[in-house]
Design a protein around this ligand. Structure first.
Ligand code: SF4
Ligand code: SF4
Length: 69
């Protein structure tokens, strides 16, 4: 297995900064794997194991409130 392949298998660490999130729901709408869900006005990470690290949530968030590592 190459280093790149093993890196891809590492579970993603998705972080939502609740103080920056305005609850627009864009990240939830763009996530192709339904990893995220709106809860109490902010985005919540529900299924991090399903994340394919496409980075769409991070790219689309207008407030830079969500990061994927
Ligand atoms: S990186 Fe992609 S799959 Fe992972 S939570 Fe963000 S939008 Fe969903
Ligand atoms: S896109 Fe950003 S501001 Fe909008 S709900 Fe998601 S984390 Fe919050």
């Amino acid at each position: 297995m190459t280093e790149e392949q093993s890196a891809r298998k590492e579970p993603a660490v998705i972080t939502v900064k609740p103080e920056w999130c305005k609850g627009c729901g864009i990240c939830v709408a763009f996530c192709p794997k339904d990893v995220l869900e709106m809860e109490g006005g902010t985005a919540k990470v529900l299924r991090p194991d399903d994340c394919i690290k496409c980075m769409l949530c991070e790219l689309r968030c207008p407030d830079f409130a969500i990061t994927v590592e």
